[in-house]
Design a protein around this ligand. Structure first.
Ligand code: ADP
Length: 473
């Protein structure tokens, strides 16, 4: 029952940061202590052993100088001097039988009798004699150094590890006392740092939650101006919201436009059908109405198809059938389609392109592009004008220009003419859907190319297509 919220907390970044920080802090303190403990313990041991070796040499010298008696005297004297003997001393014969032993009173617990049991030849340099009855709290031992004397006797000097153990125990207790505040500081410090580091992230989360809950894309994540990564994230996130907002507005606008532009022809179709029904019996009238209905339906169909083509090209879903296309042949194919319309309108059409010029492109889509540009050029050029299609190339791109001597494009319209369903004011009298240039731009961009427009009012417009010689597949 309590496990679920606990699991949730364990998964949070805050918990993990706190755990990592506190864990590392506590671990480093432990490592520091362990190192200090080992160093202290080994230096105390070295010190004790040096003292034992020194004493051993001193008694050995005395033994050699004055024999057993002199050594006994010296030890007894030192005992009397110190009041409390500092060392355990044992002298044994070559058969390891104790000849003399001096055990300080407070070390009587150690089982020194066992020293007689080991064979003399096997006596190691350092022997550790434990207490007879082992007390759980005390693990001191009698540490003994041995030295074989020239006459075969064995001299042993020892001291209890009691003081050393006491000191190390005190050190350990102090550490435990220090560790409690260290753990508390580690946990508190870890939580504080995690809280500080995650505060901007919480702001980001709150804003996201409010945006998701309200659907209000106007909301923005607060930026703290610290210039850190989280600030950058917030700014990027705000930029993303801005872009999404623009896209959604754009989509809503084009949806409105499409709905608006479809309504007119649909209403017209309905009106024609209704009128035809009211005028019962007259066959010719009915036929005429049906023809108009078909024309209007074709217009609607063309509009829907073009809109679908544009969004396919814009989203990258358009499948391009790439082929090597001769540019001059392509232009002439389009010009052939419009020759009669141009002649009818008394517009001179001219083509100039090097015959060997070719590029990799989707032939049908490029035909659509050129047809749209030529259609516009003829549509917006008054009778007696000229339209020229020219092509040239460098190593990387093919440039095709469509220039006319028509009405030109007002400067305020230059950016808008690429929008879906946009039609210039002066163009309303001409047939058209306002989709031609949107399709041109989408197809050219799908070929990794560019299209630009420029004009001098009163002298006509010029569209410039730049296409890569080899469109990447
Ligand atoms: P339309 O169906 O209206 O021709 P387009 O998308 O092809 O739609 O063109 C958008 C607008 O750009 C046109 O309504 C017209 O105002 C302007 N335009 C396009 N080509 C030319 C041109 N050659 N000369 C002048 N205006 C042009």
């Amino acid at each position: 029952m309590f496990l679920k919220p606990l699991n949730r907390v364990r998964k949070t970044l805050g918990f993990r940061l706190t755990a990592w920080y506190s864990g590392l802090f506590i671990l480093s303190t432990l490592v520091l202590f362990a190192t200090a403990y080992v160093l202290l313990s080994s230096s105390l041991e070295r010190r004790d052993r040096e003292a034992l070796q020194l004493k051993l040499k001193e008694y050995a010298a005395e033994y050699q100088r004055g024999g057993m008696e002199a050594t006994e005297r010296k030890i007894t004297f030192e005992n009397g001097q110190a009041g409390k003997a500092l060392f355990f001393v044992r002298v044994a014969g070559p058969d390891n039988k104790t000849l003399f032993v001096n055990t300080p009173k407070h070390w009587q617990d150690f089982d020194v009798a066992q020293l007689e049991k080991s064979s003399v030849s096997a006596t190691p340099q350092w022997i550790h004699v434990p207490a007879r009855e082992k007390d759980d709290d005390e693990d001191d031992v009698l540490e003994i150094a041995s030295l074989r004397l020239p006459d075969g006797a064995l001299l042993q000097v020892g001291t209890s590890t009691e003081k050393r153990e006491d000191l190390l125990e005190r050190f350990g207790n102090t550490f435990v006392g220090i560790m409690i505040p260290v753990v508390v500081i580690g946990l508190a410090g870890g939580s504080f740092l995690a809280f500080r580091a995650l505060r901007p992230l919480h702001g980001l989360l709150k804003s996201l939650q409010s945006i998701l809950a309200t659907g209000n894309l106007e909301a923005r994540v607060p930026v703290t101006d610290t210039g850190d990564e989280l600030d950058e994230l917030s700014m990027l996130f705000n930029g993303l919201l801005e872009k999404i907002g623009l896209l959604i507005t754009g989509m809503q606008d084009s949806l409105d436009n499409v709905a608006h532009d479809l309504r007119t022809p649909m209403t017209r179709v309905r009106g024609i059908a209704e009128m035809a029904l009211q005028a019962e019996g007259k066959g010719d009238l009915l036929r005429e109405a049906l023809v108009t209905c078909i024309e209007e339906s074709d217009r609607i169909l063309a509009m829907v198809n073009t809109l679908m083509d544009i969004s396919e090209a814009e989203t990258g879903a358009m499948q391009l059938k790439l082929d090597t296309v001769n540019v001059l042949a392509l232009i002439e194919q389009v010009v052939e389609l419009y020759r009669y319309v141009a002649e009818d309108k008394k517009i001179a059409l001219s083509v100039s392109a090097p015959p060997e010029l070719s590029l990799t492109a989707d032939r049908n889509r490029m035909l659509q592009v050129l047809a749209n540009l030529l259609d516009n050029a003829i549509k917006y050029t008054p009778s007696g004008g000229r339209v020229e299609i020219a092509a040239s190339s460098d190593r990387y791109q093919v440039v095709i220009t469509v220039t006319d001597t028509g009405i030109g494009i007002p400067p305020e319209d230059l950016a808008k003419i690429w929008d879906r369903l946009y039609r210039g004011d002066k163009s309303r009298s001409q047939r058209g859907l306002g989709l031609g240039l949107s399709l041109v731009k989408a197809i050219v961009q799908a070929h990794q190319g560019q299209v630009e427009v420029s004009n001098v009012i009163g002298q006509g417009a010029q569209f410039v297509l730049s296409l890569p010689v080899k469109t990447p597949a």
